[in-house]
Write a protein that binds this ligand. Structure first.
Ligand SMILES: NC(=O)C1=CN([C@@H]2O[C@H](COP(=O)(O)OP(=O)(O)OC[C@H]3O[C@@H](n4cnc5c(N)ncnc54)[C@H](OP(=O)(O)O)[C@@H]3O)[C@@H](O)[C@H]2O)C=CC1
Ligand SMILES: CC(=O)N[C@@H](CCC(=O)OP(=O)(O)O)C(=O)O
Length: 346
């Protein structure tokens, strides 16, 4: 059994981690931290876990958690992971950080977009970007994994095959993405109130969202040249789910059938990325609570553009499911352990 600690266990991604790990046969939860709910049972905080999780929430220091655990998930707001991950490396504990602090190979990019200073550029440079479909072998050997952002997961998985095979002009990529409100976390804020979100859709972070450089870092690696994207997120009146619709100009004529084969080849054997049948466009419900990413695409022959749609659950493949997928790789378990499940049918 691997001893696992979760720092920030009662936030949305922390709770989703506990939910997924409750069906993992190879782990023992040895530390669930929460300042607010210290002393309460995790299943009392989230009654859906009743009968599946019998662990208390504790107000532990990161040092306490690192002393108990062999692998630690950090599910805290940005700015808290660097110190914990640095100490974990010294103590021989593996780390998966769900925040953005270690996602950039060049921490100066993080500093520019997140408007905070980064305390350990070397740690960031050596952390592995935890998108298994692209960096699987590096993740297997990693001690520190930076779990990707939710929007970047949907976008990179949606565009990777086309960029890698050189079918699209990287300068023409436009991403129209939409997220459920849980993407903003559990902290109370006016923009997450029912009255503000319900019966409403709005763009935000236009031409400046902090996921833009994360998407560009990974797409540039795939394309083998610098990629700049136009990325516009929208808030949807749903609790979970992301749908990203992406547009780019083809550099040479291609049929839909040819491009579908490119996707089938790129994702052959992948347990969680599914190209839907021709003409069946992704729905967020179909990936709800699952670690799956559903993709479809077509060629708009009139404009010479390809249109790709990609759907994930922001809390699962966009955060905690992917984190467990990384955990499985880092610990040598079957990659789908605790993760194999479909979304909602009706
Ligand atoms: N929500 C999503 O869809 C996604 C989120 N992420 C990232 O995952 C991380 C966690 O997000 P999420 O679970 O949504 O956030 P939440 O706000 O829901 O939870 C974060 C938890 O961290 C604890 N916390 C808050 N502030 C501090 C602090 N200053 N020091 C120590 N603990 C603190 C809180 O628990 P307590 O106060 O009880 O200690 C809180 O429950 C973030 O970095 C986020 O960006 C990544 C992908 C998707
Ligand atoms: C709806 C909503 O607010 N979503 C969040 C993204 C959540 C996420 O994946 O982001 P990080 O891990 O990078 O924080 C946002 O737009 O900032």
């Amino acid at each position: 059994m691997v001893k696992v600690g979760i720092i920030g266990a009662t936030g949305y991604t922390g709770a989703e981690l506990v939910r997924i790990l409750s069906r993992h046969p190879e782990i023992e939860l040895v530390a669930l931290t929460s300042r607010h709910y210290a002393g309460e049972e995790m299943a009392d905080v989230y009654p859906a876990l009743t009968g599946y999780v019998a662990s208390p929430c504790e107000d532990l220091t990161p040092e306490d958690v690192l002393e108990r655990a062999e692998v630690v998930f950090i599910a805290l707001p940005h700015g808290h992971a660097v110190k914990v991950a640095g100490r974990a490396v010294e103590m021989g504990v593996k780390v998966i950080d769900l925040g953005a602090d270690l996602r950039f190979r060049d921490a100066a990019v993080y500093e520019e977009w997140y408007k905070v200073s980064h305390a350990d550029h070397e740690l960031a440079a050596n952390a592995v970007y935890g998108l298994p479909e692209i960096h699987r072998e590096a993740i297997r050997k990693a001690r520190v994994v930076a779990n990707p952002g939710c929007y970047p997961t949907s976008v990179i998985l949606g565009l990777a095959p086309l960029l890698k095979a050189g079918y699209i002009d990287p300068a023409t990529i436009i991403i129209d993405a939409k997220s459920g409100v849980s993407g903003a976390g559990r902290e109370a804020r006016v923009t997450s109130l029912f009255v503000e979100c319900n019966e409403n859709i709005n763009p935000y972070g236009v031409a400046g969202h902090r996921h833009t450089p994360e998407i560009e870092q990974e797409l540039s690696l795939l394309a083998g040249r610098e990629v700049k994207v136009t990325f516009t997120p929208h808030l949807l009146p749903i609790s979970r789910g992301i749908l990203s619709t992406m547009y780019a100009a083809l550099v040479r004529p291609a049929t839909e059938g040819e491009l579908r084969q490119v996707y089938r080849d790129f994702y052959a054997g992948e347990p969680f990325v599914h190209l839907l049948p021709r003409g069946t466009w992704p729905h967020t419900r179909w990936v709800y609570g699952s670690n799956n990413c559903h993709i479809n695409l077509t060629v708009d022959g009139r404009t010479g553009r390809v249109v790709v749609a990609s759907a994930i659950d922001n809390l699962t493949k966009g955060a905690s499911g992917q984190a467990v997928q990384n955990f499985n790789l880092m610990c040598g378990f079957a990659e789908s352990t605790a993760l194999a499940a479909p979304g909602l049918c009706p």
